[in-house]
Design a protein around this ligand. Structure first.
Ligand code: GTQ
Length: 349
C-alpha cells in the first residue's frame, strides 16, 4: 500500500510528533550516512594570533582565580560546544611565574603538550614533573593534578601548553564527576623522575600489577622523542603519507597512553611532499618545529611553529614541508578502535 494522497503522511507525522515520535524512513539516510558527514571543519590557529590574547588574559585574571587560565580552541563549525572536534576539547593554558593552578580531579582524561617556556611543573598522583617545550604529559581520569610555575631568581618565564581533553566524549556519556582537593598543591609522595625511571626505560618493576587504565609514565620528554625520530630519519624509509611517525604507548599494554586519546609525533623531512590519507579519527595537530602546508579537504593551511590545526574525520590530508617539520597530534582513535569502527585509507591517489 502506498497512501500519500492529500498529505495523509504529513498529517500522520504531525499526530505522532505530539508524543515525541517520528518516522525513521524520512531520516534514515542522515542517521546512517554512507560516509562520515560530521559538522567539524578544517581549522588553524596561528600562535602569533592567539598568544597576545593569552598574555592579555594573564593580566585579567590569575591562574588561582581562574582555576585553569585557558583560551579554548573551538571548531568554527561547533561554536558554543567547547569542542575542537566532535569528541575532543583543546585549549591553550597559561601559567605565569609565581602562579599555581589549584589541585583537582575529574573523570575527563587530559593531555598537556608544552608549547612555550621552561620551569613550570605539573603534579600528578603525588609526583611532580618539570615541563619543557615538546614534552607530552598525561593526567589520567580521576588523578589529582595541579600546575605551578615557581618564581626563579631571574624572574622566570610564562609557560604555555596545549590542553587536550575528552570533555565532549564524557559529556556525551553524561558520565563526568569532578572534585577540588582540599589543598592547592597536592602532597608529594615520590621524588621527581620516579615514574620515568620505573616505567620509561622499556622495563617494568618485577611483579608490577597495572593499577589503572592509563600509562604509569606521565611525562614523555621531547628530547627522547626527537632523538628517536632523528635516528629513524637517517636510517629508515620515510612513509609516503607520514614521514617518520611514532605513536606514544602505555608500556603496560602497548596501547595508547590513555583509554580515550591516542598521541603521535612525526618528522617530515625538508622538501617532503606527502601522499594523501584519511582516517575516521579527527585529529588535532600542534606544530613543534618547522613550517609547511597541510592540505586538508582541499584547503591549504600554511602552518608554522606552535600553531594548532585540525583535520576532520575522513577528510583527505597531506603535508608539504618547506623545512624539516615536527608535528605532535592526538585523536580519539582508541575509542573508535575499542568500538571496532576505526577506518583509515592510505590509497587515495
Ligand atoms: O588543567 O585540569 O583546559 O580541568 C580544561 C579543564 C585544563 C586542567 C583544561 C581542566 C584542565
Amino acid at each position: 500500500m502506498n497512501n500519500n494522497s492529500n498529505g495523509v503522511r504529513e498529517a500522520f507525522y504531525q499526530r505522532i510528533d505530539k508524543i515525541n515520535l517520528f518516522p525513521l524512513w524520512e531520516q534514515l539516510h542522515n542517521l546512517v550516512p554512507r560516509e562520515p558527514a560530521g559538522a567539524c571543519v578544517p581549522a588553524l590557529w596561528r600562535y602569533g594570533d592567539v598568544r597576545p590574547y593569552l598574555m592579555e588574559a594573564g593580566e585579567l585574571i590569575s591562574a588561582q582565580e581562574a582555576v585553569r587560565r585557558v583560551l579554548v580552541l573551538e571548531n568554527p563549525a561547533l561554536r558554543g560546544q567547547a569542542s575542537i572536534t566532535s569528541s575532543l576539547y583543546a585549549g591553550l593554558q597559561l601559567i605565569l611565574p609565581g602562579e599555581i593552578a589549584p589541585s583537582h580531579r575529574h573523570s575527563q582524561s587530559a593531555l598537556r603538550f608544552v608549547v612555550e617556556g621552561q620551569g613550570a611543573y605539573t603534579a600528578v598522583n603525588g609526583e611532580r614533573t618539570t615541563m619543557s617545550p615538546g614534552d607530552f604529559i598525561i593526567t589520567p581520569s580521576w588523578a589529582w593534578h595541579d600546575h605551578g610555575n615557581p618564581p626563579e631568581a631571574d624572574g622566570g618565564e610564562p609557560v604555555i601548553w596545549l590542553d587536550g581533553l575528552d570533555i565532549p566524549l564524557v559529556r556525551f556519556f553524561d558520565a563526568g564527576f569532578a572534585q577540588n582537593h582540599d589543598v592547592d598543591a597536592q602532597p608529594l609522595s615520590r621524588p621527581e623522575g620516579t615514574s620515568l625511571a620505573r616505567f620509561g626505560h622499556n622495563m617494568l618493576p618485577v611483579n608490577h600489577a597495572p593499577g589503572s587504565r592509563s600509562s604509569p609514565i606521565f611525562n614523555y620528554p621531547y628530547t627522547r622523542t626527537r632523538e628517536a625520530l632523528d635516528t629513524l630519519l637517517q636510517h629508515e624509509q620515510v612513509d609516503p603519507c607520514d614521514g617518520v611517525k611514532l605513536r606514544y604507548v602505555n608500556p603496560e599494554t602497548g596501547g595508547a597512553p590513555m583509554p580515550t586519546m591516542a598521541t603521535f609525533m612525526q618528522l617530515l623531512p625538508r622538501g617532503f611532499h606527502g601522499a594523501a590519507y584519511r582516517s575516521t579519527d579527527a585529529t588535532v595537530f600542534s606544530v613543534v618545529e618547522g613550517s609547511g602546508v597541510a592540505v586538508i579537504a582541499g584547503q591549504r593551511l600554511a602552518f608554522g611553529p606552535k600553531d594548532t590545526f585540525i583535520a576532520p574525520s575522513w577528510s583527505p590530508i597531506n603535508f608539504e614541508a618547506q623545512e624539516a617539520c615536527v608535528l605532535f597530534s592526538f585523536s580519539d582513535r582508541p575509542v573508535q578502535q575499542a568500538a571496532g569502527i576505526w577506518r583509515e585509507s592510505r590509497d587515495l591517489a
